[in-house]
Design a protein around this ligand. Structure first.
Ligand code: IPE
Ligand code: IPE
Ligand code: MG
Length: 244
C-alpha cells in the first residue's frame, strides 16, 4: 500500500511535511552575468542556506536537496572538483552552524565514494547532528534513482537466490525501505528551479504521488518568498491518490 502523509500525521490534507528540490540553474545564472559557471555554484550555495532557514521557519519536517547527481560526473573535471570543494566548505561553514539550530543532517546517494576528506566531513556532521529534533535536512550526493532501485532489486534477488526470501513477501513498503528517504515522511512536494521540466533521475520511486512544482527562477535567485509561494501552491492542490 502506498504510504501517504495522512498515514503519518493528522488528516489535514494540505499539510506539507517533506519538500524535495532539484536545485538547477547555477550555470545559467552565471552566464547571464557574464561570470564563470563556478560563480553560479557559489551563489547557489548561499541559496541553500537561505532555503534551509525558510524551510525550518515553515514548519515542514524534512527537506531533501539534490546537490550532485550520479550523472554530474559527465561535467568537466575542473567543475566537478570545484563542486566537491564547495560541498566540503558548505558543510564546514554553513551546515555546522545548523547543528545549533537543531537541524538533523543526512546524506543520500553513493556519497561513500566521494573524496576521503568529504566523506569524513559527512560522517562527522551526520553523527554530530543525529540527536537533533528539528528540520531533517537530507542532501543527495552522487545520487541516481535508477541506480538505487537497481541495487535494491539486486539485493532482493540475491536473498531469493540464497533461499532467504519468498517472492510473495516482497511488497511496496519493504521495497521502499531499501531506498533513500525510508526514515523520512513521504515527499509531498517536489520543486525544480530553472525552467527545466524533467526529473533528471531524482527520487523516481519516492515521488510516485508527490505534487510537482516547476519554476523558471534560477536556483541562486530562489528566495524565501519563492519557497513560500511553492508551499502555498501545494496547499491548493487536491490530492486523490487514485481515489475520488
Ligand atoms: C545545478 O546548476 C547545480 C548542479 C547540477 C550541481 P547547473 O550547474 O546544472 O546549472 P545550469 O543547468 O547549467 O544552468
Ligand atoms: C540535476 O540537474 C542535478 C542536480 C540539480 C544536482 P542537472 O543540471 O544535472 O540536470 P540535467 O542535466 O539538465 O538533466
Ligand atoms: Mg542544470
Amino acid at each position: 500500500m502506498l504510504k501517504t502523509s495522512d498515514d503519518n500525521k493528522s488528516n489535514d490534507q494540505h499539510k506539507c511535511q517533506h519538500v524535495a528540490i532539484i536545485m538547477d540553474g547555477n550555470g545559467r545564472w552565471a552566464k547571464k552575468r557574464h561570470l564563470p559557471r563556478f560563480m553560479g555554484h557559489k551563489e547557489g550555495a548561499k541559496a541553500v542556506k537561505r532555503i534551509v532557514i525558510a524551510a525550518q521557519k515553515s514548519g515542514i519536517a524534512a527537506l531533501t536537496l539534490y546537490a550532485f547527481s550520479a550523472e554530474n560526473w559527465r561535467r568537466p573535471a575542473s567543475e566537478v572538483s570545484f563542486l566537491m570543494e564547495l560541498l566540503y566548505k558548505t558543510i564546514e561553514r554553513e551546515f555546522t552552524e545548523l547543528i545549533n539550530e537543531n537541524v538533523r543532517l543526512s546524506f543520500i546517494g553513493n556519497w561513500q565514494v566521494l573524496p576521503e576528506k568529504l566523506v569524513a566531513k559527512i560522517i562527522k556532521i551526520t553523527t554530530d547532528s543525529a540527536a537533533n529534533s528539528g528540520l531533517h535536512l537530507l542532501i543527495a550526493l552522487n545520487y541516481g534513482a535508477q541506480q538505487e532501485i537497481l541495487a535494491a532489486a539486486k539485493d532482493l534477488a540475491r536473498k531469493y537466490q540464497q533461499g532467504d526470501l519468498n517472492l510473495e513477501d516482497i511488497n511496496e513498503d519493504d521495497f521502499a525501505k531499501k531506498l533513500a528517504l525510508a526514515d523520512a515522511p513521504p515527499v509531498d512536494l517536489l520543486i525544480r528551479t530553472s525552467g527545466e521540466i524533467r526529473l533528471s533521475n531524482f527520487l523516481l520511486w519516492q515521488i510516485a504521488y508527490a505534487e510537482l512544482y516547476f519554476t523558471d527562477v534560477l536556483w541562486p535567485d530562489f528566495s524565501e518568498d519563492d519557497f513560500n509561494v511553492a508551499l502555498a501552491q501545494f496547499s491548493l492542490r487536491k490530492r486523490r491518490y487514485g481515489g475520488l
